[in-house]
Design a protein. Structure first.
Length: 328
């Protein structure tokens, strides 16, 4: 099986390979992972594999694969909402339900890719549930989202969930060097570190700037969490209100720092972040239970920020939740 230039997540790709080879690919799957990790691209690769004419799908050379990845295939449908919460409306799902029962035109099956499923309205999710409960034999549905917890429990229970993660810096750096030959080695390394190995975020940081700022802001937030006064934390979080492009990379780095704090408590220096001194400060100041609680707060906070427009209020709530989790 070939998955093109898709980097990382080798265990996940091996699982998909096995499912495809044994004709056990689920009729409905959910790909979750941080923004920029390649969920949409992988969804298209899987769609190509499901209708591929080659010997080892996705062969990436047959006409069907080329159509799916290049411009579109009449039996592969792609839809997504907007950037804001509740922007993926029920009308799209109703059209899907009607189309799902029409025979495929060229391929042996139909594939529906629903990207950014976390932006679906509850009405849209409930409409989708009806097709997930009894999908036609020749229909496959692939959803993508940043966090499965943002979907209704009924949707999650009827899909097979697979989580994508970032890749190691040694894998990201060569790719970024090829894509951005004009960037210096230092810029490439900082972007790889600031993105947490999430290629899409690394590309955004290189194209729009902000890699160094990302690392510094994550360090600042982590250190302010340990302070007795909340003023510094409020100020640091407030800066993300206008710098929305930095939210995901900053929060990813913050998650790395919290994880590294636990590692430091366990006498390990196998750190993911680039601020070991800050990680050790967290380890010395907070308990493992507090670090774990903070990790969950940061994860939930990023999901909420991605789904809601009122970011000043959410950042204020996030500050309060962080301080509560840290026992402050």
């Amino acid at each position: 099986m070939r998955f093109g230039d898709f980097l990382g997540n080798s265990d996940l790709l091996a699982t998909f390979t096995h499912l495809l080879q044994t004709n056990r690919f689920p009729h409905a799957i959910l790909l979750e992972g941080p923004a920029g990790c390649g969920k949409r691209y992988l969804a298209r690769l899987l769609a190509a594999a499901l209708i591929c004419e080659g010997d080892a799908p996705p062969c990436l050379t047959c006409k069907r694969c080329g159509n799916v990845l290049g411009g579109g295939h009449p039996d592969v449908f792609y839809a997504e909402g907007g950037q804001s919460a509740k922007s993926f409306h029920v009308d799209v799902i109703r059209a899907l339900r009607t189309d799902a029962f029409i025979t495929a035109r060229e391929a042996p099956c139909k594939v529906f890719i629903l990207a950014g499923a976390e932006t679906m309205t509850d009405q849209a999710q409930n409409a989708l549930l009806k097709i997930l409960e009894e999908p036609p034999a020749d229909v496959f549905i692939i959803l993508t989202c940043q966090n499965a917890a943002s979907l209704l429990p009924t949707i999650r229970s009827r899909t097979a969930a697979f989580t994508l993660s970032g890749v190691q810096p040694e894998q990201v750096i060569p790719l970024l060097q090829t894509l951005y030959p004009q960037k210096t080695p230092e810029e490439i390394e900082v972007a790889a570190a600031a993105s947490g190995g999430v290629i899409g975020q690394a590309k955004t940081l290189l194209e729009e700037g902000g890699a160094t700022e990302t690392l510094e802001l994550a360090r600042q937030i982590a250190e302010e969490i340990t302070a007795q006064n909340e003023t510094g934390l409020i100020t640091a979080l407030a800066s993300l209100d206008k710098k929305r492009e930095l939210r995901a990379p900053v929060f990813n780095q913050l998650l790395f720092l919290l994880r590294d704090g636990v590692a430091a408590q366990n006498q390990s220096e196998n750190f993911l972040s680039v601020h070991p001194i800050t990680a050790k400060l967290l380890a010395q100041t907070l308990t493992q239970q507090q670090l774990s609680a903070l990790y969950r707060v940061v994860e939930d906070g990023l999901t909420s920020l991605n789904q809601n427009a009122n970011s000043p209020l959410l950042l204020t709530v996030l500050c309060a939740n962080m301080r509560t989790a840290a026992g402050r």
